[in-house]
Design a protein around this ligand. Structure first.
Ligand SMILES: *Cc1c(COP(=O)(O)O)cnc(C)c1O
Length: 349
């Protein structure tokens, strides 16, 4: 066995609503707002697409989802070969790590970010460097300073999970210019569709200027297709070709390709989701609470507290399952009535 596996543990999901109810003796309904899923669900057209393709279940999928690949390439004005698919971004992170990291290489990111960067770097025997967050955001200057000759990859989660904070074009471009070009900078933009700030980076435009950067997007969050497992990366043709060597040939499915294609074409539905989310998000901006709420551009909010267990339980007693972290609690936005309950708990805490 790879000795580094003993440092890691398999992902443990939170308790199910049923198990939590039993454990805490809660009788009312519990709403799972712990995984940043889109409570409004996908475009109705995505559901129709799944139904329309059930008769193809016996067939292997077309490798690298060509219809979806073409649609995405056209949308971003890149070559289809630059678009590579994974069974969610989770698998893209495995593929990239396996492709790029050599034993002993350095992988640099922030503390307080998505855990799979660490997990896969350790599997590939990298040394993993995590720079502390500054006010809930990545400290881009300190991250650039941590990069050295041994660094293979830098992960920038923008907006960041779990804090919800984002970096604008100016900061991101200045950061890219500070990082040496032998380092691949990966922008994990799982929540990009939710961003409404005008100065959020156009990473594809930046890719046309800097060839050591790549962008990751998913259909699991704003597109509401977390259950179907499909995400993608847009990279230089050179990197994309290498990723395809590692990518299992049939890693996505016919149904995920068709549903994602229908969802991607239904931008009107996406806009509806984003507008509803923004309306709900703004209601959290001026609530009366002594807790620290990080500014968010996503479909969740991070509440900083040193009383994590207490806040988590107060939310559970109000029917809300959130996700606890060492320094706070991340809560996914739900339907308006659930968000009202969350704000009440935060004000009273
Ligand atoms: C949810 C999430 C992912 C993984 O999403 P998939 O469902 O695997 O596409 C990747 N990165 C971040 C930051 C996320 O929040």
């Amino acid at each position: 066995m790879k000795s580094q596996i003993s440092q890691l543990r398999a992902y443990t999901p939170g308790l199910s609503p049923e198990a939590l109810k039993k454990k805490l003796g809660i009788t009312g309904e519990l709403h799972k707002l712990a995984s940043n899923e889109n409570v409004y669900g996908p475009s109705p057209k995505a559901k129709e697409a799944v139904k329309a393709h059930v008769d193809d279940l016996f067939l292997y999928p077309e490798p690298n989802a060509p219809l979806l690949q073409e649609a995405i390439a056209t949308h971003y004005d890149v070559a289809p070969e630059q678009v590579v698919f994974g069974a969610g971004l989770d698998e893209m992170i495995v593929i990239i790590s396996r492709t790029v990291i050599r034993s002993g290489d350095k992988v640099v990111t922030s503390e307080g970010t998505f855990g799979q960067y660490f997990h896969n770097a350790v599997v590939e025997d990298a040394s993993f460097v995590q720079v502390p967050l500054r006010d809930g955001a990545f400290d881009l200057d300190a991250i650039a300073d941590a990069v050295d000759e041994e660094t293979a990859l830098v992960w920038i989660c923008n907006p960041n999970n779990p804090t919800g904070t984002y970096h604008n074009t100016e900061d991101i471009e200045a950061f890219i210019q500070k990082v040496p070009s032998h380092v691949t900078i990966l922008f994990d933009e799982a929540y990009a569709e939710y961003v409404t700030a005008d100065d959020y980076p156009d990473t594809i435009a930046l890719m046309k200027k800097y060839d050591n950067i790549a962008m990751l997007r998913t259909f699991s969050k704003a597109y509401g297709l977390a259950g179907l497992r499909i995400g993608y990366m847009i990279a230089s043709t050179t990197l994309a070709d290498q990723l395809n060597v590692i990518r299992p040939p049939f890693n996505t499915t016919r149904l995920s390709e068709q549903a994602a294609l229908a969802a991607f074409k239904d931008q009107a539905n996406l806009e509806k989701t984003v507008a509803l989310n923004k309306e709900e998000r703004e209601k959290f901006e001026n609530i009366d609470t002594t807790l620290t709420l990080y500014p968010t551009q996503t479909n969740f909010i991070f509440v900083e507290t040193d009383r994590v267990a207490e806040l988590d339980e107060a939310l559970l007693r109000a029917g809300i399952i959130a996700r606890a972290f060492p320094n706070g609690v991340r809560i996914t936005f739900g339907f308006p009535e659930q968000n009202e309950v969350i704000r009440q708990v935060l004000s009273e805490f």
